[in-house]
Design a protein around this ligand. Sequence first.
Ligand SMILES: Nc1ncnc2c1ncn2[C@@H]1O[C@H](COP(=O)(O)OP(=O)(O)O)[C@@H](O)[C@H]1O
Ligand SMILES: O=C(O)C1=C[C@@H](OP(=O)(O)O)[C@@H](O)[C@H](O)C1
Length: 270
Amino acid sequence: MDALVAFGVHLGGLRGRRHGLVRTGEVDACDGIVGAQRARALTCRRRRVRVAMSSASEDDTRHPVSEADEKAFRDLSERLRRTNVYFVGMMGSGKSSVGKLFAQRLKYRFLDTDVTIERLTKSSITELFANSGEAAFRELETAVLAEMASYTDAVISTGGGIVLNTKNWSFLQTGLVCWLDVPVDVLVQRLADDTTRPLLQGQDPAQKLSEILAKREAMYKNADVHVPVTEAMSNEAIAQEACRLITNFVKANPPKSAALYPGKMGSLDS
Ligand SMILES: Nc1ncnc2c1ncn2[C@@H]1O[C@H](COP(=O)(O)OP(=O)(O)O)[C@@H](O)[C@H]1O
Ligand SMILES: O=C(O)C1=C[C@@H](OP(=O)(O)O)[C@@H](O)[C@H](O)C1
């Protein structure tokens, strides 16, 4: 069975309406039923996303941290006032590796859209692209991001293509968006033996990555914070630099306290 259908992405009234199954004359009679079914399906889908998100945030690796770093992250955490941090950038830019470390230092939970999608659908991104197509993957990516945006105190690593859909920005902009900007030649080195990024398979990776970046760069530039990454930088150094630049941004643009909106957290769990 199609992984996305199994997951229930197309459940409820959405597909029926799109394909005209609920016609105008029938709306009065059955809109309440369709609406209730759709609401139940969406609630069910949200629960499943949350379950996948909680397993995606497991990470037992502990990295040593200097006193100065600890202080810098504590300061940032206070300034962020529970606002989420989203990492965006090209495939291989280090969103997952750096994001995990950054979350640990900040004492935030770590969430990863790709990992959550894989857990939800019980299939790899490669299988999803092959069996359901990129459009279906993007639909699911948006649903997962929407759920993540309803959390606070989270560092969220996104898939490289998340910036493509304008709707995704309405979720990204609820937090602080940080672009890990890595030169294409470094991405090529990092992804030389990678088989998990379907958009790169069977292509000249350097050419493909350049084409993708040309299409997305303007979107990445919409990020609040731009972190230029060089080949020599370790993940620790990138996390430190991101912390410094995000702190500067937050000093100039203090966020409202997420704690003012307690309803944002855990509404489905309670
Ligand atoms: N600072 C770094 N230096 C060298 N290799 C890195 C660095 N950050 C990430 N990598 C490697 O690049 C690959 C992609 O990293 P990943 O964190 O999965 O990127 P993304 O989530 O942006 O796709 C992985 O093999 C990872 O080990
Ligand atoms: O750039 C993209 O369109 C994609 C990037 C991937 O995530 P990473 O950026 O983590 O590799 C993954 O979401 C999918 O293969 C599509």
